[in-house]
Write a protein that binds this ligand. Sequence first.
Ligand code: TRP
Ligand code: SF4
Length: 400
Amino acid sequence: MAVERILSGMRPTGLLHLGHYHGVLKNWIKLQHEQECLFFVADWHALTTHYDTPQVIEDNVWEMVVDWLAAGVDPANATIFIQSRVPEHAELFTLLSMITPLGWLERVPTYKDQQEKLAHKDLSTYGFLGYPLLQSADILIYKATQVPVGEDQIPHIEFTREIARRFNHIYGREPGFEEKAHAAIKKLGGKKGALYDELRNRYQESGDDEALESARALVEEQQGLSLGDSERLLGYLEGGGKMILVEPEYKLTPASKMFGLDGQKMSKSYNNTISLRESPDLVAKKIKTMPTDPARIRRTDAGDPAKCPVWQLHEVYSDDSTKTWVQNGCRSAGIGCIECKQPVIQGVLAELKPIQERAAEYSEDPTLVKNVVAEGCERARKLAKETMREVREAMGLNYN
Ligand code: TRP
Ligand code: SF4
């Protein structure tokens, strides 16, 4: 059993740009070689805010997958799928909604924040309120242990943890739990059983988190344990019931260094992006027209890179010697801004070239992408179905 399972999703609401590449995709590409990874297109989440412009979503679903593949997300190392093609997400969402207090949803900070930010849209819908719960279903249905996200998503992961805990608390209770847990400890064998007991005591008596982690690893690595016993042993460490759903942790994406053309964070809403599909001509044009240190009115005026958005791109794309050349040349008016921008243009073009070549291959042969997604959906669905079988049983829905 893999100890970590990583899951993350992205909403298909626009073309991906360098901010996504540096902020999210490079991280995914690294993670796919380290752990089991699932990455999905969150098309239902996109509908919560774009319900009146479904064309936007339709246009972007496949293009987004093409961008992932072109950037280097590798279907041999990661499962790539579309949320709506795994309808079990919706079933879990419905079942979890039965135990979700309305107040929990209303208190998630993104709810009010986004309503204010997107004030031109009517977001007083049931779907939008339920956004974090749908996200919880996405995560819990795969028993994901780690969710790589940006800072803004942390409240959604914490919300998910609370839902998992509540679910386990309500439905993890079974008649004779304690006896069954003890029987399961016996099945670990004498030595491991004693170690389990010792670690459990250490955690329960002094809150020793390391002991909890070690005990969990012991259970997860144990061969030949039934799913029920494994859940009993995991649940017994902390409380009085089976651990059916797994509380995920967030894995904060390393802060992106990617600034936009105007010095603000690169973002579609600031209109300061370079998309992954931008033509070389447009890349050059966009960089050539970037604002620079306002002190450099004439070529002979000295400037300060710290006050210039172009410098922020040098930080990403230039080596040390180029950076020294910029620092000295700018401060002494030894170089002009047009000259200074050249290495940045070259750097961006060099980065985009292989991405665009791969994107072209995928765009020319759409069945390639469709096959990747079909396979990913099938794999994801198998996992989702397993969890749903357990969830239905725990909630008393297995009428046979
Ligand atoms: N809410 C996420 C975002 O806007 C997208 C998302 C949906 C997601 N479901 C998820 C991310 C599950 C991680 C895990 O970025
Ligand atoms: Fe910016 Fe370079 Fe011009 Fe200095 S020389 S202001 S760093 S573009």
